[in-house]
Design a protein around this ligand. Structure first.
Ligand code: ADP
Ligand code: MG
Length: 699
C-alpha cells in the first residue's frame, strides 16, 4: 500500500463506504491521511462517574442503562434522555434537546464514551451532561482495535456523512498498519533550519498523538507535528505559484513605449487630479507595461476609490502604442456603465469605444465584431459575450477585467488567449485580506488604492426595522427635496431574480403611487432588456429619475455621484460584502451620504453583520469580518474562485505559518541549492499536490 492506493483497498472500505468518502473528495490513501482530526480527547486519564465534579470537562466510559424520549408531544422537539452507569455504580444523565433522532442511535446495553461538561441537576439531584459528545464503543472492531478508542489521547474526526469518528479512526489506523513510511520531500536545509519534524512522524502523530503529547497544543493545531503538515501544504502551494510566476515572467510580452506624447495624451484625458494612491498604482502599472513581459496585476481598491480612471490611463498607454483594449465586466449594467464612462473620457482623444453584450441583436453583433477584427474600434467593453469564439481582435494589447471575484480564473485565461500575450489588469473592489490575496492571486502582482478621492465624507449608516419605515420615507423625501437622489434596493433571493423582480415591482408601484406620488420613481431589474436598462440608468444619471427602485443588479460599479441615500430593504438577507458593495453606490460626491438598512427578522449572524456595517465603512475590516463569519470556503462562494482546497491548513488560523512558508518557498524557487532540486520539487508537486491546488498548474 502506498499514497496512491485507492481507498477501496483498505480493509473495511467496500463500495458503499468508498462512495461516501469519494463524495467528500477522499479517494486514495493520501487523501485520508490528509483528513486530520479536528479535535483530540484525553481518554488516557478517564474518570469514573463517581469521581466527576460539577463544572469540569470530562470523559467517562459507561454503559447505557436506559434511553428514551421524554415527555414532549412533538417528536422533533423532544428531550432525549439517557442514563449511564459504570463500575463505580454512580449514575450520570445525558440530555439532548431535539434529540428524537437519538432513539435510533443509543440503546440500552451499549458501551459509550461520553465527553462534555459535568453539571449538577439540582431538581433531579443527579449529575448530568447537556448535549455531551459521545461515541459508541461496542462494534465490529478487530482484536486490539478497541484500544484505539480509550486509554489514550484519542483523535476526533469530523464525520464523513454516515462514517463516524470511530470508523474513520479505525480506517486511518489500518492504513498506518500497512503503509510504508513516507519519504520526506521537504528540502533538508529548510527542515533543519526551521526544526520541523520528519513528515512520516508528523503524519502519524497528528492522527495518533504519542502518550506524552501536549493535548492543549494539539487542540490549538500548534503541536510541532501539525505545524509541519500545515507548513507543507502552504510551502508546496507557494512553490507551485512561484514556479508559475517565474514562467510567466519568461513569456514575451509587449514592451509598451511611454514617451512624452503618451504622457501628454494621458494628461489631456484626466478629468481631475489623481490622488496620491492613484498616482502610485498607475506608476506600477506603467512600469509593468513598459517591461517586455506580460503584466499580470491585480488592482485592489475599496468601492469608490477610483479604479476606473486608473484603468483608463492604462488604456491610453496601450492605444497610443497602436493596440486595442478589452474591458470585461461581470454584468450588463456594469458593462453599460463602464462604456458610458469610457466613452465620455476617451472620445475626447478621438478613440472609438464600443459596447458588446449578449442583449445586442445578431446583426449589431456582427457589425461590432467587424469593428474589432479590423481594428477600427480601440476599446471594447463587454460581458461574457466578449469570450465568444468569433470575437477577434486586430491587435489586443491590454485586457482589463473588472470585479474578478464574479467569475472564474478560467474565463480570465480565455480572454487573454485572444491576444498574443496582452497585459492583464484585474480590478477588484472586494478588499481581500492580504494573506488571502496572496494565496488566491499568488500569480498576480498586487497594487492597492488605499485612499479615497478628496472631499468624501464617510457614509452614515443606520439600522431601522420595518416599523420605522414611515420615518425612513420622510427622511428620503427631505433628501430629494434638497436635490439629491436615492436608491431603494430589494434582495435578490439567490435562486430567483424573478421573485426579487416581483418584490421590486410591487414596491415600485407602492412608492410611486402611494408614498411619493409627486416624485419621479424608476424601476431597474435584471429582466429588463439591455436597452431598457441603459435608458433607466441614463435617466437616473441625468436626474430625471429621483428614486431608483432596484434589485441587486446595481450592486457593482454603478456611479451616480448625486445619489446620497441607499435604502436596503430586508437587509438581513444579504451578506456583509454585498451590503458593503451596495452602500458603495452612495458617498461618491461631496454631499453627506446615508445608508439605511431596514430589517424584518434577524438572527444572531444577521445582527452581527448589521452591527459591523453601522460601525465601520472600512472595506478591509468588513471583509475580514466577513471572512471570519463565513469561513474562506463560503467567502469565495464557488470553486471557480480558484481558492485552493487546503486540507490541514486553515488560512485564517495559520497566518503566521503561511508567511514563513511563503518566504521559504519564494527563496527556494529563486535560488534552489541545485537545479536538480527544482525539477524534483516540480515532480513532487505534480504527483502529490496538484490535484488539490486545482487551478495551479506546474509545467
Ligand atoms: P471604483 O473604484 O469603485 O470603481 P470609480 O472609479 O467608479 O470607483 O470612482 C468613483 C467616483 O470617484 C467616480 O465618480 C470618479 O469619477 C470619482 N473619482 C475617482 N478618482 C477621483 C479623483 N482623484 N478626484 C475626484 N474624483 C475622483
Ligand atoms: Mg468600479
Amino acid at each position: 500500500m502506498d499514497l496512491a492506493t485507492p481507498l477501496t483497498y483498505v480493509k473495511g472500505i467496500g463500495p458503499a463506504r468508498s462512495a461516501l468518502l469519494e463524495a467528500k473528495g477522499l479517494s486514495v490513501v493520501e487523501d485520508l491521511l490528509a483528513y486530520v482530526p479536528f479535535r483530540y480527547e484525553d481518554r488516557s486519564n478517564l474518570k469514573t462517574i463517581a469521581q466527576l465534579a460539577p463544572g469540569e470537562m470530562a470523559t467517562v466510559i459507561a454503559d447505557v442503562r436506559s434511553a428514551s424520549l421524554a415527555g414532549f408531544k412533538r417528536r422533533s422537539l423532544g428531550l432525549f434522555e439517557a442514563r449511564f452507569s459504570d463500575a463505580s455504580r454512580a449514575v450520570l444523565v445525558g440530555k439532548w434537546f431535539h434529540g428524537g433522532y437519538l432513539a435510533n442511535v443509543l440503546a440500552e446495553g451499549m458501551k459509550v464514551a461520553l465527553f462534555g461538561k459535568v453539571e449538577f441537576d439540582s431538581y433531579a439531584g443527579q449529575l448530568a451532561m447537556l448535549h455531551p459528545e459521545f461515541e459508541i464503543l461496542s462494534g465490529d472492531d478487530e482484536d486490539g482495535e478497541q484500544a484505539l478508542h480509550t486509554g489514550r489521547i484519542v483523535p476526533i474526526y469530523e464525520a464523513v456523512s454516515k462514517l463516524t469518528t470511530r470508523v474513520l479512526r479505525i480506517l486511518t489506523h489500518r492504513i498506518f498498519e500497512s503503509i510504508e513510511p513516507l519519504e520526506d520531500h521537504l528540502p533538508a536545509h529548510i527542515r533543519q533550519r526551521l526544526k520541523l519534524p520528519d513528515r512520516w512522524a508528523a503524519t502519524r502523530h497528528t492522527h495518533f498523538p504519542p502518550p506524552a503529547a501536549d493535548l492543549r497544543l494539539f487542540n490549538q493545531f500548534r503541536a510541532p507535528e501539525q505545524v509541519r503538515l500545515i507548513f507543507d501544504e502552504f510551502f508546496w502551494l507557494e512553490c507551485a505559484i512561484a514556479m508559475k510566476r517565474s514562467k510567466a515572467r519568461l513569456l514575451p510580452g509587449i514592451p509598451f513605449e511611454i514617451n512624452e506624447r503618451v504622457r501628454e495624451r494621458v494628461k489631456a484625458m484626466l478629468p481631475f487630479k489623481p490622488t496620491g494612491a492613484q498616482k502610485r498604482v498607475i506608476q506600477q502599472i506603467a512600469d509593468d507595461m513598459k517591461a517586455p513581459r506580460p503584466m499580470h496585476r491585480l488592482l485592489q481598491g475599496d468601492v469608490g476609490s477610483g479604479k476606473t480612471i486608473v484603468a483608463a490611463e492604462a488604456a491610453v498607454i496601450a492605444i497610443e502604442n497602436g493596440y486595442q483594449v478589452a474591458v470585461f465586466a461581470p454584468t450588463e449594467i456594469l458593462a453599460a456603465q463602464h462604456a458610458y464612462y469610457f466613452k465620455q473620457i476617451l472620445s475626447k482623444l478621438g478613440y472609438v469605444v464600443v459596447l458588446l453584450t449578449g442583449s445586442f441583436t445578431s446583426r449589431e453583433k456582427v457589425q461590432l465584431k467587424k469593428l474589432l477584427a479590423e481594428g477600427l474600434a480601440q476599446v471594447v467593453i463587454g460581458t461574457h459575450a466578449l469570450l465568444e469564439k468569433d470575437v477577434t481582435f486586430k491587435k489586443l494589447g491590454l485586457a482589463i477585467i473588472d470585479e474578478q471575484h464574479r467569475f472564474g480564473v478560467l474565463q480570465r485565461l480565455r480572454l487573454v488567449e485572444k491576444g498574443l500575450t496582452p497585459d492583464v489588469l484585474v480590478m477588484t473592489a472586494t478588499p481581500i485580506p492580504r494573506t488571502l490575496a496572496m494565496t488566491l492571486y499568488g500569480d498576480l502582482d498586487i497594487s492597492i488604492i488605499d485612499e479615497l478621492p478628496p472631499g468624501r465624507k464617510p457614509i452614515i449608516t443606520r439600522h431601522a426595522t420595518s416599523d420605522d419605515v414611515e420615518r425612513v420615507y420622510s427622511f428620503l423625501k427631505r433628501q430629494i427635496e434638497e436635490g439629491r437622489q436615492a436608491y431603494v434596493v430589494y434582495p435578490v433571493i439567490e435562486e430567483s431574480e424573478t421573485q426579487a423582480m416581483k418584490a421590486a415591482e410591487k414596491m415600485y408601484e407602492h412608492l410611486s403611487r402611494e408614498v411619493f406620488p409627486q416624485l419621479s420613481v424608476g424601476l431597474l431589474h435584471g429582466r429588463l432588456g439591455g436597452d431598457q436598462k441603459e435608458t433607466v440608468m441614463q435617466r437616473f444619471k441625468e436626474g430625471q429619475i429621483q428614486i431608483l427602485v432596484s434589485t441587486t443588479v446595481i450592486e457593482v460599479g454603478v456611479d451616480v455621484p448625486n445619489a446620497t441615500v441607499m435604502l436596503v430593504e430586508q437587509a438581513e438577507r444579504y451578506g456583509l460584502a454585498q451590503l458593503h458593495q451596495l452602500r458603495g453606490r452612495v458617498g461618491r460626491g461631496a454631499a453627506q451620504s446615508y445608508c439605511v438598512l431596514v430589517t424584518e427578522k434577524m438572527n444572531d449572524a444577521a445582527r452581527e453583520r448589521i452591527r459591523t456595517l453601522v460601525e465601520s465603512t472600512d472595506g478591509f475590516y468588513i471583509s475580514e469580518m466577513d471572512l471570519k463569519l463565513r469561513g474562506p470556503g463560503e467567502f469565495f462562494g464557488t470553486k471557480q474562485s480558484g481558492l485552493p482546497s487546503l486540507r490541514v491548513a486553515n488560512i485564517l488560523r495559520d497566518t503566521e505559518i503561511f508567511e514563513v512558508a511563503r518566504r521559504e518557498a519564494v527563496a527556494f524557487i529563486e535560488q534552489p541549492p541545485t537545479p536538480g532540486d527544482l525539477d524534483r520539487a516540480a515532480a513532487y508537486i505534480r504527483n502529490h499536490w496538484q490535484r488539490r491546488y486545482s487551478l495551479v498548474t506546474v509545467g
